[in-house]
Design a protein around this ligand. Structure first.
Ligand code: AQP
Length: 339
């Protein structure tokens, strides 16, 4: 079994990233180790440049993200952890795969529609092309499984179409590229903003008060959760219900932290006096889950040279795999000399 996922070095990573993705990475690393497989994680700096950004900050955020992933439990000795721009095979594969990607499919991508609306000065062609590079990232490693949050479902479906179209057009009966499965968690696949539970917790559209960052101090986590939007039901009703978005989101977070279902989380609060009890239960669970990560982070982040060396070592391992895929793709497409 081979697992691959990518994460952007943008902004500060939040609870949605942690529950929807990072925690799954650590689980994937363990499952791969147990089953003799391989887990590969990429810090996708080339995706981050598709929207307005600051170059010096990008480099710092790349180290921040690497340190956070290691603090969360990724071990560069057990998995491959690297920076996307260190593996040019992925960008070349992106161009080759563009020839089997439908323009109309890219036009339908929700993320492009949403993000292009928020760009003030320029909607870059890179933003439009983002899903093709993402397909190349994953397909370069011929992986079986991609752990992601719910918002990435459409992109994974597109990369499956790209792989299938490539195999049908150039594979000559062979499965040169593997169509991967997404692994979206059952609970916590879409954590919502605490102040606006109709919108997902997000880096770019973040409201500071509605977003819990992985590195937030416990007091701040408590304060943000205390102010989370619930509803005015009287008496208060702690239950999962599409009409109770705020309460449902809090139950989902509680359930994700405790590895139970949201209904079980609601049942545990059957004797609660009101939403205050729900909020404190969620605070306790989130603080308990994130505290060890925050504690380890400072030490790991302080040694930038060690992080850089670790990313470069990861890139060497990644390039070996990606180069083999690229050679097969070039050869099948008739690009370059006979291999
Ligand atoms: N709210 C969320 N709930 C669950 N999972 C989430 N993810 C993102 N938001 C939530 C998952 O986190 C992974 C890494 O995301 P990323 O940083 O690579 O990409 P992103 O889409 O830019 O993340 P953000 O924070 O949500 O930023 P914007 O504002 O750009 O949308 C992905 O697997 C994603 O599914």
């Amino acid at each position: 079994m081979r697992i691959f996922s990518g994460i952007q070095p943008t902004g500060r990573k939040h609870l949605g990233n942690y529950i929807g993705a990072i925690r799954q990475y650590v689980d994937g690393q363990q499952r791969a180790a147990l089953g003799g497989g391989l887990a590969i994680f990429c810090i996708v700096d080339l995706h981050a440049i598709t929207v307005a950004y600051d170059p010096a900050e990008l480099r710092q955020r790349t180290y921040d993200t690497a340190a956070l992933l290691i603090a969360a439990g990724l071990d560069p000795a057990s998995c491959i952890l690297f920076r996307q721009s260190d593996v040019p095979e992925q960008t070349e594969l992106c161009w080759l795969l563009a020839s089997v990607t439908a323009h109309g499919d890219l036009n339908r991508m929700h993320q492009f529609k949403e993000k292009s609306e928020t760009q003030r000065e320029l909607v870059s062609a890179g933003l439009f092309f983002y899903p093709v590079l993402q397909a190349a990232d994953v397909l370069a490693y011929r992986c079986d499984e991609v752990p992601v949050g719910e918002d990435q479902r459409q992109h994974i479906e597109l990369m499956r179409d790209i792989a299938e179209r490539f195999n049908a057009r150039f594979g000559d009966g062979r499965e040169l590229l593997i169509s991967p499965e997404h692994r979206i968690p059952e609970v916590g696949a879409r954590i919502m903003d605490l102040q606006d539970p109709e919108s997902k917790m997000s880096t770019t559209a973040a409201s500071e008060e509605g977003t819990i960052y992985v590195l937030d101090e416990p007091e701040l986590i408590k304060r943000k959760l205390n102010r989370a939007v619930t509803d005015s039901d009287d008496p208060p009703r702690i239950a999962c219900d599409p009409d109770k978005r705020g309460v449902t989101n809090l139950l989902e977070i509680l359930a994700a932290c405790k590895a139970i279902s949201p209904d079980e989380a609601a049942a545990e609060l059957a004797d609660a006096r009101g939403y205050g009890d729900l909020k404190s239960a969620v605070s306790d669970a989130v603080i308990e889950m994130l505290a060890p990560v925050r504690e380890r982070y400072e030490l790991i982040r302080a040694d930038e040279q060690a992080l850089e060396e670790s990313l470069l070592r990861g890139a060497e391992q990644a390039r070996e795999i990606a180069a083999a895929t690229l050679a097969d793709v070039r050869s099948a497409m008739g690009v370059g000399p006979v291999g």
